[in-house]
Design a binder for this molecule. Structure first.
Ligand code: ATP
Length: 235
């Protein structure tokens, strides 16, 4: 479904990604783990058109999307939930969800999808009229995920959904990620919480200072001494 082929991404003359290649197959949950500053968010930004690779190519559903405008990439079915879950604070929960469908004009389908989001996140239904800026961190993460789903993505890019959340809520968010995947959405998940990410992923890539250094099935990475030492707290 997605094939990243040897991309280099720069911020000015600082190279943040150095020849990164990876694949995501339809139906998978693939996770990208790595330390702060390794380049994980940069990769998601390149995939969603916010950054343009200097070299290399990105193929999605058979065509190149490298350097295409972000809006075209959303239309093609890739939704990005950035780190820090930026919701529109002065708009209600429901208005945020409606905005997620801004590229669609099928009123009936949009209504049905809002109801699906509420079924997935009952907490948002209770708070549908509440201003988003007053939601808790976990609720804002739910809203950011719900808003991205309103674009009916084929591929969801999730950046650090567990950040700043209490453990119980992290568990809930991860269960919902599995549920979203089960209903047909492919997922590329960036996480610092490698234990949780590997527990739900099919495959994983480890990225260090802009390069992929390890890749394999989630089970292989969970069993790898190198991964255990560096990313799983040595257990
Ligand atoms: P984190 O988990 O801390 O967000 P990350 O793996 O997502 O880490 P990136 O945010 O992709 O890391 O950053 C990769 C490198 O690019 C870092 O060295 C970072 O300082 C640098 N970088 C990121 N954004 C910019 C920017 N706008 N301008 C210059 N350098 C940047």
């Amino acid at each position: 479904m997605l094939k990243v082929d040897n991309i280099d991404v720069y911020y000015g003359n600082i190279q943040a990604l150095k020849g990164v290649s990876l694949d995501v197959e339809q139906g998978e949950i693939v996770t990208l783990i790595g330390a702060n500053g390794a380049g994980k968010s940069t990769l998601l930004k390149a995939l969603s058109g916010l950054l343009k690779p200097k070299n290399g190519d990105i193929h999605y559903l058979g065509g190149s999307i490298s350097g295409k405008p972000a809006q075209e990439i959303v239309k093609a079915g890739i939704s990005h939930i950035p780190e820090g879950r930026r919701v529109f604070a002065n708009m209600s929960v429901e208005e945020n969800l409606e905005l997620g469908a801004y590229l669609r004009n099928d009123k009936q389908g949009i209504r049905e999808d809002i109801d699906k989001v509420y079924a997935l996140f009952p907490r948002l239904l209770e708070r549908r009229k509440q201003l988003s800026g007053t939601l808790s961190g976990g609720e804002q993460q739910m809203l950011a995920m719900g808003r991205a789903l309103m674009a009916r993505p084929k591929l969801l890019l999730l950046d650090e959904p567990s950040m700043g959340l209490a453990p119980l809520l992290v568990k809930t968010i991860f269960e919902i990620i599995v549920e979203i995947n089960r209903t047909g959405t492919t997922i590329l998940l960036v996480e610092q919480n490698a234990n949780m990410a590997l527990s739900i992923a099919h495959r994983a890539y480890v990225i260090e200072t802009g390069k992929v250094v390890i890749s394999g099935t989630a089970a292989e990475l969970q069993a790898s001494d190198q991964v255990k030492q560096a990313y799983l707290g040595g257990h």
